[in-house]
Design a protein around this ligand. Structure first.
Ligand SMILES: [Zn+2]
Length: 212
């Protein structure tokens, strides 16, 4: 049994992205609750929040630390200023951290396996404070609330539940892994080979900016 810390992004005064009345904070929480349900009872699951509360990044990290979590997954929904950006991407803090890369690849692959027609945007580095941890830690951006078709997906309770189950399967795949830190680069290369879509230069975010 492992301890999994799930971190629904935003909350309370911080709604995250909002489109057509759909709030990132609520979607992220529903996805996280579904992931928790899927991981139990095989694993101990700790949520950084299970309600609509404002939670600073340092407290999110502290909850994972206090729980001695074996891994950490922050759950978000993407958005861009335009309506064309779409797909799924996973952020790691340091590309040189093999365990986080393997976790990122596992989560990404399970989501893309469930929705093969959605764009795989790959694994990306970002110096996010919430990922500054002593354990494998990733931040997953599940679809774009700003893309009409993906907004329709995210508006469905069953899709949100399925996203949670896919993230749970990714965590389980990571936890089942043999000790293969040496394989991390290969895993990452494989994940990014399946990646579809535009290059970083045409990302909806300017280079160096942070996911929200
Ligand atoms: Zn967010």
């Amino acid at each position: 049994m492992a301890t999994v810390c799930l971190d629904p992004g935003h909350g309370g005064r911080d709604a995250g992205a909002v489109r057509d009345g759909l709030e990132e904070k609520r979607i992220a929480l529903e996805v996280a609750l579904a992931a928790r349900a899927a991981l139990r009872p095989a694993h101990r699951v700790v949520l950084t929040r299970d309600g609509d509360i404002t939670l600073p990044l340092v407290e999110r990290r502290g909850i994972a630390e206090t729980a001695r979590a074996d891994l950490f997954v922050s759950i978000h929904v993407n958005a861009s200023t335009g309506s064309r950006a779409r797909g799924v991407e996973v952020f790691v803090r340091r590309p040189s951290d093999p365990a986080s890369l393997i976790l990122a690849a596992a989560v990404l692959q399970e989501i893309i396996r469930q929705w093969p027609d959605r764009r795989n945007r790959g694994i990306k580095p970002a110096s996010l404070g919430v990922l500054r941890q002593r354990r494998p830690a990733v931040l997953v951006e599940c679809f774009f609330l700003s893309h009409p078709a993906e907004r329709a997906l995210l508006g469905g309770a069953e899709v949100r539940a399925a996203l949670g189950r896919a993230i749970a399967r990714g965590c389980e795949a990571f936890l089942r892994r043999p000790a293969l830190s040496a394989r991390a680069r290969a895993v990452r290369a494989e994940a990014n080979r399946g990646r579809t879509g535009r290059r970083a230069a045409r990302s909806p975010r300017p280079r160096g900016s942070r996911p929200v």
